[in-house]
Design a protein around this ligand. Structure first.
Ligand SMILES: Cc1cc2nc3c(=O)[nH]c(=O)nc-3n(C[C@H](O)[C@H](O)[C@H](O)COP(=O)(O)OP(=O)(O)OC[C@H]3O[C@@H](n4cnc5c(N)ncnc54)[C@H](O)[C@@H]3O)c2cc1C
Length: 368
């Protein structure tokens, strides 16, 4: 029922703008409005904080169905979870009530600020600094590649509070867009997910109350990594949604397109490609749903499953979308058809929330 209702909302209110959002590189305001109207913009927020209370699998299905029509729009529910999960996992009751409540009510979106210009895969090498000053913390530094930066009201920011301790000297904070000293860089010019703004975030003597620290001092990096265990499952969801969109389009196209006097769907070479696409996609979906169940139960092997689902599903999405372009021939290579956008959008799922090389490091360290 959830899938059916999200699919019909996505097809009616998000899909019609997907090509335009990509072409113009603009934020999908129509999607935000539609998702907010249906209480799907941050479905993971528990009911006690005024949210829809969706479990991990339901959240995956929402993201998957939105990504099937527009990957950029699927970053609204996905990054709202990424940005706010540190608060949900480790924040005080006051922080949860204030920020998860505001997120659930649609008063502002949440972004997640871990990466920096010199600290990508090696995120613990970050330089952004937070220094205690009485009842305040003062933040200085630069975060790079921040999804929905400038649009979001709230930012979970990881910063060094004790440089001598490396990852154990990192703490997490909630910073608001309106805090004095917060500013944003120019939007990055990207290959795909062009409707999702990616910008630098600058912190110049940003002075925030001490109770905006998420959890205890020195636990920010652990919280950031625990968050990714859960949200890599949502990137896997995004990947399978994009791949499903491409497969669905290609399936319809091959029945219409005629060459050598018949529909190209009648050629076995084409049928075998579609069979492989559907087989790989279904395998990715099953692994993603298994990982979602582990995310919900917080099973001990979630770290492996989250990394495996993200890595496998994103590689499948890249393959399936590339094959969808192939099945459309020259038409697939143009922006007159959606599979070209889907292929460009799929690429990011192999890179963010840790590249697929990093996922393999994570898996190797956590073999089941
Ligand atoms: C569109 C977009 C949105 C993003 N959104 C966010 C966001 O909202 N918040 C956020 O904090 N970050 C975000 N990121 C950052 C993203 O997570 C990083 O880009 C990613 O982790 C890789 O870091 P890097 O770009 O510095 O690459 P690098 O770490 O420089 O990696 C370059 C290459 O080296 C490889 N490599 C590095 N170390 C190893 C190793 N030990 N073994 C094998 N190979 C290795 C990598 O796999 C990669 O192929 C986003 C990035 C993009 C492009």
């Amino acid at each position: 029922m959830l899938r059916e209702s999200v699919r019909s909302l996505a097809e009616a209110k998000i899909a019609p703008f997907a090509a335009e959002v990509d072409e113009e590189g603009r934020f999908p305001v129509e999607a935000l409005e539609a998702l907010r109207g249906a209480d799907l913009h941050a479905v993971h927020v528990p009911e006690e904080f005024g949210g829809a209370g969706a479990d991990a699998l339901a959240t995956v299905i929402v993201i998957e169905e939105v990504a099937r029509v527009c990957a950029s729009s699927s970053l609204i529910p996905a990054v709202n979870k990424l940005g706010s999960l540190p608060v949900q996992l480790s924040g005080s009751e006051e922080l949860k009530a204030k920020y998860l409540g505001a997120l659930a009510r649609g008063e502002g979106m949440f972004s997640y600020c871990l990466s920096e210009p010199e600290a990508g895969s090696d995120a613990a090498g970050m330089k952004t600094r937070a220094v205690r000053d009485g009842d305040f913390w003062v933040l200085n530094g630069v975060k790079r590649w921040i999804t929905n930066a400038g649009v979001s009201e709230f930012y979970t920011v990881m910063a060094v509070t004790d440089p001598s301790l490396r990852s154990k000297g990192i703490s997490a904070f909630v910073v608001e867009k309106g805090d004095e000293g917060v500013s944003f860089g120019a939007p990055e010019k990207k290959l795909g997910i062009k409707g999702s703004p990616t910008r630098e975030v600058y912190f110049d003597d940003v002075r925030i109350p001490a109770d905006r620290m998420i959890g205890a001092e020195g636990t920010g990096f652990a919280t950031a990594m625990r968050t990714l265990d859960h949200t890599r499952v949502t990137i896997a969801a995004q990947a399978i949604g994009i791949a499903q969109g491409a497969l669905d389009y290609a399936k319809g196209y091959v029945k219409e397109r005629r060459q050598f006097g018949k529909a190209i769907a009648e050629f076995q070479g084409v049928q075998f490609m579609l069979a492989d696409m559907a087989m790989k996609l279904e395998a990715a979906r099953q692994l993603t749903y298994a990982a979602a169940a582990k995310s919900q139960r917080v099973d001990g092997d979630l770290t492996f499953f989250g990394a495996a689902a993200k890595c496998f599903a994103s590689d499948v999405a890249m393959e399936v979308t590339t094959d969808a372009v192939q099945l459309l021939g020259g038409y697939g290579y143009t922006r007159d058809y959606p599979v070209e956008r889907m292929m460009r959008d799929a690429k990011i799922t192999q890179i963010y929330e840790g590249t697929n090389q990093v996922q393999r490091i994570v898996m190797a360290r956590n073999l089941p």
